[in-house]
Design a protein around this ligand. Structure first.
Ligand SMILES: NC(=O)c1ccc[n+]([C@@H]2O[C@H](COP(=O)([O-])OP(=O)(O)OC[C@H]3O[C@@H](n4cnc5c(N)ncnc54)[C@H](OP(=O)(O)O)[C@@H]3O)[C@@H](O)[C@H]2O)c1
Length: 301
């Protein structure tokens, strides 16, 4: 708060405090002075009464005339009053009090800050522990690529598959049954309809794209978000989507068809530093299968 005086000098709160304090000190000193005068006057009256006129001359506590004992007692009070004003009030003044309050408040604030930091740390550790617990309790999702690729990595031509291998189709059906199947728009259009008993998620940049029994995703990550509750979502092609998902997939279920084909779509190379083969099952060509093929399972290292 600022007070404006007529002569333009300003007095702030601190100065007001000092003025108030000075006034109080002057009042105390005045009181001490009146106390002293009262003492002198009363002592004089008591001396006249006791020693001069002999009032209470027979009362002699500790063997002295009572006036001396009374005056001595009063001197003690007077000294205490003097000490209070010249010593105690001088050092334990409002400035000293403020300093003390500041120091104590500062100490308290430091303590509170320390406790807050400790609590924050504990809360953060607890949240971290809870997150880890939740994460470890969550069944880990295995994103799986499933594909059939020729020896020269061919996948298809003119948006069609190049071979017909019934055991491979059965293998695909068995693995993907009941799961989410994620595919590019072209692969979806290469099929007669959405795959039954599976959640068909079709990735396309066309926001208006529609077809029966499918869910549209505008990116691979959106498709995976849609399939987040599936413990094993399958990425079923084609070439573009396989390429994009090699980095995020955990497993590859690959049918390697042992022949080379003319194609326009190819499976990406499986880098042996990133993937290890964990299972294989070989099938020779027969009357129902024009080509030999091998089921392979790779897991990310
Ligand atoms: N052998 C196998 O196991 C196998 C399996 C599946 C498919 N195939 C063959 O593979 C061929 C099709 O593969 P393909 O590579 O041509 O096409 P695809 O991967 O099936 O689909 C490509 C389309 O997916 C959409 N797309 C891709 N990346 C996207 C992204 N990041 N964000 C949004 N949309 C994205 C685009 O759709 P829009 O153009 O609509 O935006 C793009 O044109 C066919 O011949 C098929 O028969 C083979």
């Amino acid at each position: 708060m600022i007070f404006q005086r007529k002569n333009k000098t300003t007095i702030d709160d601190r100065q007001i405090d000092l003025v108030d304090y000075a006034r109080a000190r002057i009042r105390q000193k005045k009181r001490l002075y009146f106390h002293f005068v009262a003492f002198l006057f009363a002592s004089l009256v008591m001396v006249i009464l006791n020693i001069g006129l002999g009032y209470g001359a027979q009362i002699q506590p500790f063997g002295f005339p009572w006036v001396l004992s009374a005056a001595l007692l009063w001197v003690v009070f007077l000294l205490l009053h003097f000490f209070q004003i010249y010593v105690t009030k001088r050092f334990m003044n409002p400035a000293w009090e403020k300093e003390q309050i500041k120091t104590l408040v500062g100490l308290q604030e430091t303590r509170i800050e320390k406790i807050k930091r400790k609590l924050d740390k504990e809360a953060s550790l607890q949240a971290d522990a809870e997150w880890h617990k939740e994460e470890s309790e969550k069944p880990k999702q295995r994103i799986t690529i499933i594909a059939a690729a020729a020896s020269n990595h061919a996948l298809g031509k003119d948006n069609k598959l190049i071979w017909h291998l019934s055991k491979d189709l059965q293998h695909f059906k068995t693995l993907t049954n009941g799961h989410a199947v994620i595919m590019g728009r072209k692969t979806f259009e290469s099929m007669p309809r959405a795959l039954p008993n599976r959640t068909n998620i079709v990735i396309t940049r066309q926001s208006e794209y529609q077809a029966e029994n499918i869910t549209i995703a505008s990116s691979l990550s959106e498709a995976l978000t849609i399939a987040k509750d599936d413990p094993r979502p399958f990425i079923i092609g084609g070439g573009e989507i396989y390429k994009e998902s090699m980095g995020i997939a955990d497993e590859i279920e690959l049918t390697r068809v042992h022949a080379d084909f003319d194609a326009d779509t190819f499976f990406p190379e499986i880098n042996s530093h990133q993937w290890k083969e964990v299972w294989r099952e070989e099938h020779a060509a027969d009357e129902k299968h024009a080509h030999a093929f091998t089921f392979l399972r790779y897991q990310k290292i």
